[in-house]
Write a protein that binds this ligand. Structure first.
Ligand SMILES: Nc1ncnc2c1ncn2[C@@H]1O[C@H](COP(=O)(O)OP(=O)(O)O)[C@@H](O)[C@H]1O
Ligand SMILES: [Mg+2]
Length: 206
């Protein structure tokens, strides 16, 4: 049984991750690989409960937030991601550990070494094969979030918070150039999906 590949979608709010999750899964399936789409926090009962806690509460201590996210991630890996990959399914995930470096690291000021330690222990060598990083100037994402008519705890943060998130994601792309591929999320959806397909091609053999 050939192990499946693990693809993550990352980037700031409103840049098209959720919109393109099914698109990526469908491209993978069209190339003949069974695939599942999932998200973080979420993907399991525990994970969805953590998601509701994080989005619904004010003034969560940053360490509590990070540990809750990694608790959800541990369960997600154990219950969903690893079994799927082992069974030869490809896993497409809306956000993963790059988001912890961006939001809880750069956004909330937690030490990188703290996150690295959790990553090492919780993931035990698991890392995405490919990460599509949706990137655009912060005002574009914020305008789309407003148009979507939503505002949760993260989306109400100040603009400088989102600038730090963007810079941290770009830093992850520089640290892991073999894994992370940038997608210009300021473009119309059709161009974004062309770019996604181009990044997927080497993996799909199409
Ligand atoms: N390339 C695009 N151009 C214009 N609007 C887009 C584009 N991609 C997504 N959107 C819209 O922007 C909003 C945010 O997209 P979404 O996929 O929810 O972002 P994310 O999951 O990254 O927060 C949605 O209303 C979506 O329809
Ligand atoms: Mg989303």
């Amino acid at each position: 049984m050939t192990r499946g590949k693990f693809i993550t979608l990352e980037g700031g709010e409103g840049l098209g991750k959720s919109t393109n999750l099914a698109f990526v899964r469908d491209q993978v399936e069209k190339a003949g690989h069974p695939a599942i789409a999932t998200r973080e926090p979420g993907g399991t009962r525990l994970g969805e409960a953590v998601r509701a806690l994080l989005l619904g509460s004010d003034a969560i201590d940053p360490r509590a937030e990070l540990l809750l996210l990694f608790a959800a991630r541990a369960q997600h890996i154990h219950e969903v991601i690893e079994p799927a990959l082992a069974a030869g399914h490809w896993v497409v995930c809306d956000r993963f550990t790059d988001a912890s470096y961006a939001y809880q690291g750069a956004g909330r000021g937690l030490e990188r070494a703290f996150i690295e330690s959790l990553e090492r222990h919780v993931q035990a060598g698991l890392s995405p094969d490919l990460t599509l990083l949706f990137d655009a100037p912060v005002d574009i994402g914020l305008a789309r979030v407003r148009a979507r008519g939503e505002s949760d705890r993260f989306e109400r943060e100040r603009v400088d918070f989102f600038e730090r998130i963007r810079a941290a994601y770009l830093d992850q792309a520089r640290r892991f150039p073999g894994r992370v591929r940038l997608v210009d999320a300021s473009q119309p959806l059709a161009s974004v999906q062309d770019a996604i397909a181009r990044h997927l091609n080497p993996w799909l053999g199409t």
